[in-house]
Design a binder for this molecule. Structure first.
Ligand code: F6R
Length: 240
């Protein structure tokens, strides 16, 4: 795991974006799996600007890390987030966009379908944020490091973050989410985790200096030479 310390959110977003840009420019058939949440918003602004200023994505395929179970057009879905913040704003079409279908009638079939895509499109980069409880995607504390794509149940802290992020009531927050498993997350060619802010400091400390334990899913990145963790000063504030 490589740790990159930067000053603030803006610098973190810029550095994260540059790594994604490098993958797009250097891989033959770049395949990038994206995440959502507050953390990568500015990174996506940089990506939109770059694409609209000529960064060629005609060979690039985009996948997603997770998806809520619920109607596609609900305010909280990964589908909405990705189209509103990236795909609807770019003036070029990527090669492919593969998102998970959170309204599939048969979830087992959906998992099978998406696993097929993962096999066909090995990821050059997996983008990640970290939950305040150390989760990655929807792999909450306690999830096995061997988990493969599955239907996850949210913990209370994740439900609370979703309510806050989308300004919705508890009843509106889905309690289930499709997610890539820990095994798939760490088996991308590059894993890029971004963290910013004092509220992430404890999780970042556990990720970097804690024991490698499924109680902090992100701690597995300590063992991953392919992982790059970009943290700002506030997120790094509890490190030794
Ligand atoms: C969402 C996802 C989540 C978030 C995490 C941090 O696709 O993968 O694991 O990365 O909950 O969320 P923010 O960035 O909102 O603090």
């Amino acid at each position: 795991m490589k740790i990159v310390k930067v000053k603030n959110y803006d610098e973190m977003s810029k550095r994260g974006f540059e790594i994604i840009k490098e993958v797009i420019e250097n891989e033959k058939m770049p395949t990038i799996s994206l995440n959502t949440g507050g953390t990568p918003k500015e990174l996506y602004n940089h990506l939109v600007d770059a694409i609209n200023n000529g960064l060629n994505i005609s060979n690039t395929s985009f996948l997603s890390l997770d998806e809520y179970i619920g109607p596609k057009n609900s305010v909280y879905t990964v589908y909405n987030y990705m189209f509103n913040r990236l795909f609807n704003l770019i003036e070029q079409q990527p090669k492919k966009i593969f998102l998970m279908n959170g309204e599939a009638e048969n979830i087992d079939e959906e998992i099978k379908r998406y696993k097929g895509i993962l096999n066909e499109y090995p990821r050059d980069l997996q983008l990640l944020g970290i939950g305040t409880n150390g989760h990655l995607g929807a792999n909450e504390p306690g999830t096995s490091f061997d988990s493969k794509m599955f239907l996850a149940q949210h913990t209370e802290s994740t439900i609370q973050s979703t309510m806050k992020e989308y300004n919705i009531s508890r009843e509106e927050v889905p309690t289930e989410m499709l997610t890539l498993g820990m095994y798939e997350i760490i088996n991308a060619k590059k894993v890029l985790l971004l963290a910013s802010g004092k509220h992430k400091a404890k999780a970042v400390k556990n990720l970097i200096e804690g024991d490698i334990t499924k109680n902090c899913p992100a701690s597995i990145l300590q063992k991953c030479p392919n992982a790059i963790v970009i943290i700002d000063e506030d997120a790094a504030s509890l490190l030794k």
